[in-house]
Ligand binder design. Structure first.
Ligand code: FMN
Length: 309
């Protein structure tokens, strides 16, 4: 079996990649993903200026996953763009993802205009699961703001663009969000970012310092929510908008389920953090073994073909 895939007009040797924020902070980490079995990488979400992020400890592993409140530590837009441009010379046949978001609407437009004007030939992932204005929820939970932002962006942005989304939990919200995304020439949507504002307690105490312990939840805890989001959008979006499935992938079986729900590419966050880049080889082999057993030769043979009762 082969786990090759396509997003927009781009082909990838493998449908697995890192999730933004894990193994993608600097060139050293990104190189480890390039040299693994992963089909490509996405950078740490870049902001206009570099950011130190929140005080530590700001990430904690649990048996069933992870909690984090990183505060978007990153080396700044220019660092990642320079590296991506360098890779276009050294790896001309590969396509990489550039994650970014501004700390304000103005910053987001400034970043995307820089990408538009640059020689970057890859795919941009706009992280909409981020606060934008104090007192308002993260961008993607405010669909009016999201629609206005995308309308403004697509007036000047002509390169392949996708959005990283937080989980939605209500059927009406799936309907409303899909109706907004269907108005735009998005290359993909990526479901899901961490489930926001969970709380992990050990020994009578929170386990991370920022926000008195509140943080985004990833890993095994979140797979059912991730699968529901992937499938809800697969059923509602124009077929030109591909879906990247993220959340709770520990094994080939988890990835198989994401693809069955409609994902064309799958990202690994918490498991990659815990296990390192060799996770890509293990999980790819597990997925191929499942496909061989079922007689599926490519992921298109079962993508989106979830059975109902
Ligand atoms: N998602 C983003 O879109 N941008 C980020 O910068 C980002 N940073 C993260 C940092 C850490 C340490 C973790 C654990 C997650 C981060 N995420 C970020 C969310 C992941 O990309 C992913 O959506 C989430 O962890 C769910 O996947 P998982 O269950 O495989 O961990």
């Amino acid at each position: 079996a082969t786990t090759k895939t396509k997003i927009g007009n781009f082909e990838f040797e493998n449908c697995f990649m890192n999730a933004a924020g894990v193994y993608c902070y600097d060139k050293n980490e990104l190189e480890q993903v390039i040299n693994s079995q992963a089909g490509t990488f996405v950078t740490k979400t870049a902001t206009l200026q570099s950011r130190p992020g929140n005080p530590e400890p700001r990430y904690h592993d649990t048996t069933l996953g992870s909690i984090n409140s990183m505060g978007l530590p990153n080396l700044g837009f220019d660092y990642y763009l320079d590296y991506l441009l360098e890779l276009q010379k050294t790896h001309p046949h590969r396509t990489f993802f550039f994650s970014l978001v501004g700390m304000s609407t103005e910053d987001t437009h400034a970043l995307l205009k820089k990408v538009q004007e640059s020689d970057f030939k890859g795919i941009t992932e706009l992280n909409l699961s981020c606060p934008n204005v104090p007192g308002k929820p993260q961008i993607a939970y405010d669909l009016e703001t999201t629609e206005k932002l995308l309308a403004d962006i697509f007036s000047y942005f002509k390169k392949p663009l996708g959005v990283k989304l937080p989980p939605y939990f209500d059927i009406v919200h799936f309907d409303q969000a899909a109706a907004v995304f269907n108005k735009f020439p998005l290359t993909f949507i990526n479901c899901i970012n961490s489930i926001g504002n969970g709380l992990v307690i050990e020994d009578e105490s929170v386990v991370i310092k920022p926000k008195n312990g509140f943080g985004g939840i990833g890993g095994e805890y979140i797979k059912p929510t991730a699968l529901a989001n992937v499938h809800a959008f697969y059923k509602r979006l124009n077929s030109s908008i591909k879906i990247i499935g993220t959340g709770g992938i520990l094994t080939g079986q988890d990835a198989f389920e994401h693809i069955l729900c409609g994902a064309s590419m799958v990202q690994i966050g918490t498991t990659l953090h815990k296990e390192g880049p060799s996770a890509f080889e293990r999980i790819t082999n597990e997925l191929k073994a499942i496909m061989d057993k079922k007689g599926y030769k490519t992921i298109e043979d079962f993508r989106g073909k979830l059975k109902y009762l």
